[in-house]
Design a binder for this molecule. Structure first.
Ligand code: COA
Length: 244
């Protein structure tokens, strides 16, 4: 821990830029997610709230090894967590920038491959919690990606999210990580990330041609892409799980 500095993008432009690069590299294989409609607000919101963007810096090497993104927003009833999850949070944050926030939503945790499995994500989750508490806004709400659902696309998200191993811990590693970090599963968001794009977009991302309408898995996707050749469109609707 001593060799790590936990800070925010507000600390310096260098840290913010380095963290931004880490985030882009980590998420590049899943870049199709950046085409959800509310994603247009993402960079504005990051720039507006640098003090809500966490960077973990390796002090010895002086570079960023993990990041965590949060956004404050106003919601009439924070106990009513919408089905729209991640997309909803971005949209709502953009709509309510002029209001005093009453909740904070965690959007992502990013750890580059070379630094995984040594507890950095857990450190980011702890830092998120401390930061939100220090702002007087309780504890963060997170629409969490159940990362291993990719291998169980035939399962309903309700059954998948509730799935526990023989030792009582959650089956999905990232949901399990959140539970272990003290989070509680408080609901589902069945349409957390929605990307609706022409068939050509999906062919470009998947490297596959779609000659028939149907549902097709996509690398990293937690739902299949539903291709409709009559409409010339494909839609991806990713379910997430609300944690608090
Ligand atoms: C998921 C991710 C953040 C985990 O980072 P990490 O630093 O390796 O995780 P940690 O070592 O702190 O482990 C924390 C928990 O995460 C879970 N985890 C570890 N590797 C994981 C992986 N590849 N995928 C999903 N969850 C993982 C584990 O359950 C672990 O808890 P446990 O020790 O109780 O089993 C990292 O793999 C990553 O950045 N992946 C790509 C982006 C992503 O999917 N982010 C999460 C959605 S926002």
């Amino acid at each position: 821990m001593d060799d790590l500095l936990i800070t925010t993008f507000a600390e310096s432009a260098n840290i913010a830029n380095a963290a931004d690069e880490v985030e882009k590299a980590v998420w590049s294989p899943l870049g199709f997610l950046n085409f959800s409609e509310p994603f247009v607000h993402y960079f504005d919101l990051m720039a507006r709230y640098p003090d809500y963007q966490i960077a973990v810096v390796d002090r010895d090497r002086d570079y960023v090894v993990a990041t965590g993104n949060l956004i404050p927003l106003y919601h009439d009833d924070p106990t009513d967590l919408p089905d729209g999850g991640w997309d909803w949070a971005l949209r709502r944050a953009a709509e309510t920038v002029q209001r005093t926030p009453n909740m904070v939503v965690g959007l992502s945790v990013s750890v580059p491959d070379a630094h995984r499995n040594r507890g950095l994500a857990r450190i980011v989750l702890g830092a998120m919690r401390n930061l939100v508490e220090s702002k007087g806004l309780g504890t963060p709400f997170l629409p969490v990606r159940p990362t291993m659902l990719e291998q169980h696309l035939d399962m309903d998200i309700a059954d998948y999210a509730a799935w526990r191993r023989a030792d009582g811990r959650l089956y999905d590693p990232w949901l399990r990580g959140h539970e272990r970090a003290g989070g509680r599963m408080v609901g589902l968001c069945r349409s957390s990330m929605v990307v609706e794009k022409p068939v050509g977009f999906w062919e470009t991302w998947s490297g596959q041609r779609y000659l028939e309408s149907g549902k097709y898995p996509i690398a990293g996707g937690l739902a299949p892409v539903a291709i409709d050749l009559d409409k010339g469109m494909g839609s991806y609707i990713e379910p997430n799980v609300w944690f608090h």
